[in-house]
Each structure stands twice: as C-alpha cells, then as structure tokens.
Design a protein. Structure first.
Length: 256
C-alpha cells in the first residue's frame, strides 16, 4: 500500500479542494471524514474513489482498497491539511457526488429549505427528517451546500439515506408540486397556530425559511398554509432546526 508524506502529492491536493463547493463541482466528488461516516456512505451504495488513512489504520484502508478505492497511508499531519475538522478521525475518503432527484420524482413528504444557510441547521434538519420518515429534502437557492463537509457531519449519515432535490427558484418548484397534489405548508412567524392546522393529507412540503429573514415572498405566495409554533415564554423565535423537528414529527404523525 502506497504511503504519502508530501502535501504536494496530487491526490492530497485534489482532496483538499473538496472542502470548497467549486472543487466538488469540478471533480464530481465530495469528501467524507471518519470511519463511521465512510461506512454509512458505502452502505448507501455511494462509489468510493480515493482514501487517505493515518498510520495504524491499515486494516480499514485495505478494506477500502477491496471496495475499489485507491487507498494510501499518511501521517496525521497530512490528514490535518486535508480534513475540514480540527481533529481528523484518522481516515477520509472521496465519493462520487450523488445525483439529486428530479422534481417530478419528489417523495410524498418533503422538507423544503428556503435560504437556510447554517450548515449545522441544514444537517440537523436532514437527520431529523430521516428519523421522522420524511422522504426528501428540497434545497432552494441560497441554502448551504448539501454536500459540504459541515452539512454532512451534522446529518450523521442521513444525507446519504434521504435523497435531496434542487430548485434555484423554490417558489416555482412549490407551485409545480401543488399542481401535482402536494400541499405546501410554510413556517412563518405571522402564520396561524401550528397545532390548529388541518390534516396535511398524504402529500405535503414543509417549508423552513432563512434563519434571520424567514420565508421569501415567492414561497409565501405559493403556500397553502402559513403556520407558526406558539411562543408561550419570552423567546421570540426558535432555532430553525428545532422548529423543523417539532413540525416534522407532528405532520408525519397526522399523515400516517
């Protein structure tokens, strides 16, 4: 098994660029850090390409080789130049970028993100959607990149299991879904009491807006329902991921 010691090595250089969206798009790959996350990606059928493991991780590196990866050993200092985390977990690997679902293949229950920019919120929403039985995540324009390392770490493998869709013009995408029978439910601070909402039906899209500005005017115009969680204490609002989690669980309970 090859051992790499130079940060100028082409494989190391290519891996490092995957921390940026431009690099991911140019190479058609993204970076996954840590054995647990790599195993999640493999278990979901993603194709592994290159892997870098620190000394002492030879067995896992050999396993990745058997899966078709080009696996190399490297000192920890080299992994620190590649990985997005301050304390790398001993191994990282590149995978082919998964293809987003087309809008006409949208699952019956989806969460749509309208300019949600914080990677931690995006990943947490993705993970909670997986737990609640939501079928997909629709990313509108201005959201954090779904395949960034920070988003995928927060998603904890759910980003590999729950498919995503992309729509630069989210309002138009939601209108297209409405024509096909989806009910659009948007979280909005000026909406009606969430707990008084009607049955969402079998098909719905729950829209979560930008952390500071909420939902956009186009999305508001496309919504069938504008709903808000009641604030019984002194807080003016909830974290986007927390609000999304409460709503997802309630809506999927009603939609059974």
């Amino acid at each position: 098994m090859e051992r790499i010691t130079s940060a100028k090595n082409p494989m190391v250089r290519d891996m490092r660029t995957l921390n940026q969206r431009k690099g991911r798009e140019a190479q058609g790959r993204f970076l996954v850090e840590g054995e647990v996350m790599i195993r999640e990606a493999l278990g979901c059928g993603l194709a592994v390409r290159d892997a870098l493991a620190e000394d002492g991780r030879e067995a896992f590196a050999a396993e990745l080789e058997a899966r078709g990866a080009r696996a190399c050993l490297a000192p920890r200092s080299l992994l620190e130049t590649v990985c997005d985390t301050k304390s790398p977990q001993g191994v990282c690997a590149t995978f082919d970028l998964p293809e987003p679902l087309p809008l006409d293949s949208a699952p019956e229950r989806i969460v749509a993100l309208d300019g949600v920019q914080d990677p931690g919120n995006v990943g947490t929403i993705w993970r909670t959607a997986d737990a609640a039985g939501i079928g997909g995540i629709l990313f509108g324009g201005g959201c954090a990149d779904p395949l960034s390392p920070k988003v995928q770490r927060a998603a904890m493998g759910s980003g590999f299991r729950v498919p995503f869709l992309l729509a630069e013009e989210l309002g138009e995408a939601l209108l297209a879904l409405k024509v096909r029978g989806w009910r659009v439910i948007a979280s909005d601070l000026h909406g009606q009491d969430f707990y008084a909402h009607p049955d969402p039906g079998g098909r719905f899209a729950l829209v979560i807006g930008n952390e500071a500005q909420g939902i956009s005017d186009d999305v508001r115009g496309a919504a069938d329902l504008l709903l808000k969680l009641p604030m019984r204490g002194g807080a003016e609002s909830l974290n986007a991921a927390v609000a999304a989690g409460i709503m997802m669980y309630e809506l999927t309970r009603d939609a059974r």
